[in-house]
Design a protein around this ligand. Structure first.
Ligand code: ATP
Length: 324
């Protein structure tokens, strides 16, 4: 049995910069009826904005990749209501938390009378462009589906997830995928090779909404060639893939935070095959062919940056286990 409670792998450099409540850990929960979930983050290998919709959402075309950096969620059935707790002090514990809204939606859809206690141990950086909130939401949907024996298949879960957030369907599916529409129309990609990624989250956060509000479609310069990128992934041509990384939102976020450009250059200087900002930023990653090269770069960068993660790409978005 995989120990889903292992919070840190030895190859990860990871320093939390937020205020954590050390009295709260997943170790407080130890019951075979609990459900333990790992909800994994994503990075964008590409991101293109191809249109603006009447409902203010944008039409996107992007390649998403699950990565081995996760939030840990424990679900425990309670008598009634929804209780949420987390190790991060300034994260909402009510309907302001997307994971809380996931439980609310399921309770309403299935007319569930009992309640749930949700504990979230955050590891995924906040406001980083790595879909941390969406991952938690996906984790709670998938976990409650099991806890309450609802029998939803992935397609049904994704349909529910879409109403809560555009990245939730991908977080439920996981792996590597071409995402279209608002991000919810997903085509899985058979990625041939695993990759090592060195992710650096600068100390500031970026509001996704703010970045999209500033975007003018007419001004977009270089766009990714998603068709080619899919071919590179399917044939394991990592060098070509790394050269083809493009995220059109860099044109908005980098002028607001020029440090991102410097960070991208630093990753290249430290041997990465290519570097890119993920989502609306500010997290930036470099692709490395092997662990040794990535590890050298991680050592150098962790002297300067607090949140540095050496992680691998992965094939699933959620892991679920009973117990704890
Ligand atoms: P994306 O990549 O999807 O744009 P992000 O990584 O930039 O997301 P998140 O950390 O997922 O951003 O969400 C940021 C905002 O959402 C914060 O303002 C936070 O208060 C709110 N939020 C609500 N629920 C959560 C949650 N479970 N985890 C993280 N943030 C949450």
């Amino acid at each position: 049995m995989v120990d889903l409670l292992t919070t840190q792998l030895d190859y990860r450099y990871y320093h939390q910069n937020w205020t954590t409540d050390k009295t709260k850990t997943t170790k407080d929960f130890n019951d075979m009826d609990n459900i333990c979930i790992r909800a994994y983050a994503k990075v964008n290998l590409t991101l293109d904005v191809v249109g603006k919709r009447a409902d203010d959402y944008h039409d996107l075309e992007m390649i998403m990749q699950s990565v081995d950096l996760w939030d840990q969620i424990i679900l425990r059935e309670i008598h009634s209501g929804i209780e949420l707790d987390t190790n991060i002090e300034d994260l909402p514990r009510d309907e302001g938390n997307i994971a809380w809204r996931a439980a609310q939606l399921i309770k309403k859809e299935f007319d569930i009378a009992t309640g749930v206690h949700i504990f979230i141990q955050k590891n995924i950086p906040l406001e980083g462009g790595m879909a941390g909130g969406s991952a938690d939401c996906a984790g709670v949907l998938a976990g409650l589906n099991q806890l309450w024996n609802l029998g939803m298949d992935e397609k049904e879960l994704r349909a529910l997830g879409k109403s809560l957030g555009a990245d939730v369907p991908f977080c439920l599916m996981g792996g590597t995928a071409l995402a279209q529409g608002i991000g919810d129309i997903l085509t899985p990609i058979e990625s041939k090779e695993d990759m090592w990624l060195l992710v650096v989250k600068p100390q500031f956060g970026v509001s996704t909404r703010d970045v999209y509000n500033r975007l003018n479609l007419k001004n977009i310069g270089k766009r990714p060639d998603n068709k080619r990128m899919v071919e590179y992934l399917e044939s394991g041509r990592i060098e070509d893939l790394a050269r083809g990384l493009v995220n059109v939102l860099e044109e908005i976020t980098i002028p607001m935070h020029p440090e991102i450009s410097q960070l991208k250059a630093e990753l290249i200087e430290l041997g990465s095959l290519g570097s890119l900002m993920s989502g609306s930023g500010p997290s930036v990653y470099g692709i490395y062919k092997d662990h040794a090269a990535a590890n050298r770069a991680a050592k150098a960068l962790s002297k300067k940056y607090k949140q540095v993660y050496l992680i691998k790409t992965r094939e699933k978005g959620i892991d679920i286990e009973f117990g704890y």
